[in-house]
Design a protein around this ligand. Structure first.
Ligand code: PGA
Length: 253
């Protein structure tokens, strides 16, 4: 009932011209994938968005941003508003762990951004996930419960299905050490249960991605799990062959 969703988070990689080359490679690699079988998005850096947008024309690949600020405009040096992204992107990643850890984003800020993305008619990908220390201290569920609850404050039942939640254990990001498929499934099921507490059966419409060292080698097993509705892919999304192999792993299921 949920269409799988594979998103590539390019992070601070690729110049504008490199981004366009990667999109051309992706279009070719993904041309045989039926659009109805999987939703696909790429999230380049801000500067590349307006060049990547026309390069994606004629494909089913959607465009996303990696961040945005919730205020509509004003004296916020260095920030990009959601309104500036409207008409360019469909998705905006909110609260990635790198934003939280390096740039100090809090659950309250993440929530403001999620609400503003929805209000603009765009689709947030809200990232959550525990650190290694939290994991080892047995706090994973408490962290996921808090991040899910506080990130979704004032998101109405009518809007909840617009939210994609990306469960990304921080210790798995960029480390080559993905969660096991069973652990990832259990965490994603736990997150869905948190959504269900507030939204009831609408939780069945919310897509929950796994992220953290997803590769062509582990994608099939992860994405076969019932509560894992897709993947947020970092490193492997920078290579057309790897990203398309991950997409094809889910499209074939
Ligand atoms: P990774 O990054 O695939 O390189 O681990 C995932 C992410 O940070 O979204």
């Amino acid at each position: 009932m949920r269409t799988p969703f594979i998103a590539g988070n390019w992070k601070m990689n690729k110049t504008v011209s490199e981004a366009v080359v990667l999109v051309d490679e992706l279009k070719a690699a993904l041309s045989g994938v039926p659009a109805s079988s999987v939703d696909i998005a790429v999230c380049p850096a801000f500067v590349a968005l307006t060049s990547v947008k026309p390069a994606l024309a004629g494909s089913s690949i959607k465009l996303g941003a990696q961040n945005a600020y919730y205020e509509p405009k004003g004296a916020y040096t260095g920030e990009v508003s959601i309104g500036m992204l409207t008409g360019i992107v469909d998705y905006i990643i909110i609260g990635h762990s790198e934003r939280r850890q390096i740039f100090g984003e809090t659950d309250a800020l993440v929530n403001k951004k999620v609400l503003a993305v929805i209000a603009a008619g765009l689709l947030p990908i809200m990232c959550i996930g525990e650190t290694l220390a939290e994991n080892e201290a047995g706090q994973t569920e408490a962290v996921l419960e808090r991040q899910t609850r506080d990130g979704l404050v004032n998101v109405s039942p009518a809007d909840i299905a617009k939210v994609t939640i990306a469960y990304e254990p921080i210790w798995a990001i960029g480390t080559g050490r993905a969660a096991t498929s069973d652990d990832a499934q259990n965490r994603c099921a736990f997150v869905r249960a948190q959504v269900r507490l507030k939204y009831g059966d609408l939780a069945d419409q919310v897509r929950i991605q796994y992220g953290g060292s997803v590769t062509p080698a582990n994608a099939k097993e992860l994405l076969a799990k019932p509560d894992i509705d897709g993947a947020l892919v970092g490193g492997a999304s920078l290579k057309a062959g790897d990203f398309s192999a991950i997409v094809k792993a889910v499209a074939a299921q």
